[in-house]
Design a protein around this ligand. Sequence first.
Ligand code: PGA
Length: 250
Amino acid sequence: MRRKIVAGNWKMYKTPAEAVSLVTEILRVAPPRNDRDVVVCPPFTALSRVSQLLKGSPVKLGAQNVCWEKEGAYTGEISAPMLRELGCEYVIVGHSERRQYFREDDALIAKKLKAVLAEHMKPILCVGERLEEREGGRTNEVLASQTKGALGEFDATQVRGLVVAYEPVWAIGTGKTATSQMAVEAHQFIRQLLAEMFGAGLAGETRIQYGGSVKPENAAELLREPEIDGALVGGASLKADSFLRIVHAG
Ligand code: PGA
């Protein structure tokens, strides 16, 4: 049985002070259930303070992005060792907003994955098709090329602990959720790809989250599916109440 993982992707929301109140609220309102991993991914500027608050709690820390290099003259960038030292266990890599607005391609995403894995953190690799790709019947083709493009150079031992987030781009921030049937089909397809690339063992243990307008209202239906190993939550993770209702759903 794969342990479900619910992660909050805060995106570019919350100043450090606001992050402190949100996390305080999350920790105060309800103890997260202990059969699931719960992760918050604040902006870089709030990681240090949130990390202090999470010490001794079951909630884990994640970052939203990382540089592929360990250190160097890369103005404005943050490296994996820096995130590791702050207590990050997870790093989101290849989010569709980074692919779209920051021109991240599969080759760059692969380098970032390598940097995260080298620091023994767990990448949350985001893949997902755009609306025109789904409508054109190209969903699987896109998922295959993103998955192979990002993971093609690794072997099974290196990617142990990897989390994949299936996030159809048309469902992110739009209020349109994929039906659980669509999500299950995509997850099965991704798992099959992982099996071909890394063997059935690794494919069977790799967690695949669904992301895209996950809300308290639809979380239970999604999380009840054995094939859906959790959720990557954007908008609804910005309030303690809705985030915790998702954490407890299903
Ligand atoms: P959303 O974002 O829940 O606001 O749709 C999900 C994500 O981008 O990870």
